[in-house]
Write a protein that binds this ligand. Structure first.
Ligand SMILES: Cc1cc2nc3c(=O)[nH]c(=O)nc-3n(C[C@H](O)[C@H](O)[C@H](O)COP(=O)(O)OP(=O)(O)OC[C@H]3O[C@@H](n4cnc5c(N)ncnc54)[C@H](O)[C@@H]3O)c2cc1C
Length: 511
């Protein structure tokens, strides 16, 4: 089999496609799971390929859910249960004395939620299964070829059995070493930023004072986070000990780095797992090639600083899922799918820049970089706009998507979780994956707002503001503003806005 770029890809299948589905998602990490759940909830046939066996969970790496991710999970009815499992933290310490206070964040989730990545995956996997997503574990994507009508994917399942599957679209959510990315011939330019990072899951004789402990002193950096089951994850790095990932690691080395960075090792003992890794900063130049998309770590990787990797992948998935649903259901032109690249690629780039900047400042060695660190600490701690910008970026609530020239200033911005006139919240109204049209409370509940009259009542929820706002606002399924008007729009203008975003065509069958 050959990729679209002509590169040979590794598949041994000779039997021809044996299955046909709407979307194949490769990888069941947080990105793939959120995406698969959204597609299945919308009735799109979806198959998830996962090379791990069912019972072996993804290595838990992330420990922090930021506000925007919690809002997305709220829009899927999952935030409350995760909030009950994790522990909220009002202040996020980035390094040294640089921390951001989250209590004034304009979000229902004015904190960072500390919980292991596998808890997020568990909730997302359950939702996807309940919605009818098909999972094939122990099944590796080995190659793909696309044509005008779809994508044929080569797989190797349990016992080495090979098979070809066919789908309208494929999403590579298969992590940093993405085979999908390779199959569509995309490079992953960037570099290793920090090498020889040590990871260990340990028990501690002394409990840290803070929920997340992080500091960098001299040449050493260490981070401690609780799993909630008595074990802590230690992440450490020492500039002076730069060895390959394959170099054996023992607890004494982890303890020493922790002592250097945090002043003590908290009596760590009984490591159940230890490893070395290196952290890269890389981004694919394109997130879409034809019918194949990249999302999450397959599209971008960066240092763990600021805890944004899983969070960015979840946002990628939330951005892509409703667009795939709209196109596959025949409501939108396939050109809508290009906006995934134009909206998410700049965000990935910004995350690479901010997390890389944090690491470089945390590990600053030269006098001028140390001075920059002190300056940034002062700026973020004491200057309102700088603090708000840093907070909005790390938590993900500050990103906005490009809006066409001449559109309302709200277009492309994140819509906060506003109260609606019936007592519910916007992010509850978003739970069925539809657009939401919010109109002033005094507008009559008939034309053009009557549920019968919008061109696509099955794709639109209508609501009124609880407050006395004059704006008419169309909210996308991912909680960003699609269109707005400050004055009551005439029915024709509203109807054409709805048609532009929800499409004129009736639903058609997948082929
Ligand atoms: C030490 C460390 C700490 C981190 N801390 C944080 C943090 O605090 N906050 C945060 O947001 N992020 C953090 N991250 C990053 C976060 O863990 C990742 O960004 C996140 O896991 C990416 O999710 P994903 O679904 O895109 O990919 P992954 O979680 O990597 O999932 C990819 C899946 O694809 C499967 N797969 C791969 N190839 C194939 C194939 N060919 N066929 C089928 N299946 C395949 C894999 O088995 C895997 O299950 C951290 C990372 C590290 C290393």
């Amino acid at each position: 089999m050959t990729g679209t770029n002509g590169n040979p890809t590794d598949t041994t299948d000779t039997t021809g496609p044996t299955d046909h589905t709407g979307v194949i998602v490769v990888g069941s990490g947080p990105t793939g799971l959120l995406l698969a759940g959204d597609l299945a909830t919308a009735g799109i046939p979806v198959t998830v390929l996962e090379k791990r066996p069912r019972k072996i969970s993804n290595l838990s790496r992330a420990f922090a859910l930021h506000a925007r991710s919690l809002e997305q999970l709220d829009a899927r009815g999952l935030a409350d249960e995760l909030e009950a499992t994790g522990r909220p933290l009002d202040r996020l310490r980035l390094f040294g004395r640089l921390s951001i206070d989250l209590t004034a964040l304009p979000s229902r989730f004015n904190h960072v939620l500390v919980l292991p990545q596998y808890e997020v995956e568990k909730a997302l996997a359950r939702r996807a299964v309940e919605a009818g997503a098909g999972f094939r574990y122990d099944t590796e994507m080995t190659g793909l070829v696309q044509d005008a009508d779809g994508v044929t994917v080569g797989t190797r399942g349990p016992d080495g059995r090979t098979e070809s599957l066919r789908a309208a679209y494929v999403v590579g959510a298969d992590g940093m070493r993405s085979a999908v990315r390779g199959a569509i011939g995309l490079p992953f330019p960037g570099k290793s930023v920090i090498r020889s990072v040590v990871l260990a899951d340990v028990q501690l004789a002394e409990q840290p004072d803070e929920l997340l402990t992080v500091s960098a002193v001299g040449d050493a950096f260490a981070f401690l986070a609780p799993f909630g089951d008595g074990y802590y994850r230690v992440i450490g790095w020492h500039r002076g000990h730069d060895v390959p990932d394959t170099e054996p690691l023992d607890l004494a080395e982890v303890k020493e780095i922790t002592r250097l960075a945090l002043g003590r090792d908290y009596g760590m003992h009984d490591a159940r797992w230890m490893s070395r890794f290196h952290s890269d900063e890389r981004q694919a130049p394109a997130y879409r090639v034809g019918r194949v998309f990249l999302a999450g770590d397959a599209a971008h990787v960066h240092t763990p600083a600021g805890g944004q990797g899983m969070n960015t992948g979840l946002q990628d998935a939330a951005n892509l899922s409703w667009k795939l649903v709209s196109v596959l259901a025949g409501h939108a032109d396939p050109a809508l799918l290009d906006t995934y690249q134009s909206e998410r690629h700049p965000v990935g780039k910004a995350v690479l820049r901010s997390s890389g900047g944090l690491v470089r400042l945390a590990m600053a060695k030269r006098p001028w970089t140390r001075a920059a660190r002190a300056g940034l600490t002062g700026l973020v701690s004491h200057v309102g706009p700088a603090r708000r910008k840093a907070t909005a970026q790390v938590t993900g609530i500050g990103y906005r998507y490009p809006a066409p020239r001449g559109t309302h200033p709200l277009t492309g911005t994140r819509v906060p979780d506003v109260r609606l006139a019936d007592g519910s919240r916007l992010y509850e109204a978003l739970r069925d994956g539809r657009f939401v049209l919010i109109t002033p409370a005094h507008e009559p509940a008939h034309e053009p707002f009557s549920p019968e009259l919008p061109p696509h009542p099955d794709r639109l929820t209508t609501a009124h503001w609880a407050s006395a706002r004059r704006t008419t606002l169309l909210v996308r399924p991912d909680g960003y503003a699609a269109w707005a008007s400050d004055t009551a729009p005439d029915p024709g203008a509203l109807r054409s806005a709805l048609t532009a975003h929800l499409g004129p065509a009736p639903a058609r069958q997948l082929h």
